[in-house]
Design a protein around this ligand. Structure first.
Ligand code: SF4
Length: 67
């Protein structure tokens, strides 16, 4: 399972980082880093990843299953 981030849509609210700090990190200017960009998430982070996708208020995160 992967998560794709739309950086143009992201508004830096940070809910994804609160939900999944091992996957997402915001810098002081609100710019998002996705630590698993283009990679499958480790199994132990899939739950947190799904939670982050669900809480993003602007739908900037999308699940890509079956990769
Ligand atoms: S929750 Fe959504 S808008 Fe907020 S930082 Fe994460 S991806 Fe960006």
């Amino acid at each position: 399972m992967r998560i794709e981030a739309d950086y143009d849509r992201c508004e830096g609210h940070g809910q994804c980082e609160e939900r999944a700090p091992a996957i997402f990190e915001l810098d002081d200017d609100g710019y998002l880093t996705h630590h698993y960009e283009g990679q499958d998430l480790p199994a132990e982070l899939e739950g947190a990843g799904r939670g982050a996708v669900a809480v993003c208020p602007v739908a900037a995160l999308r699940l890509a299953e079956g990769t």
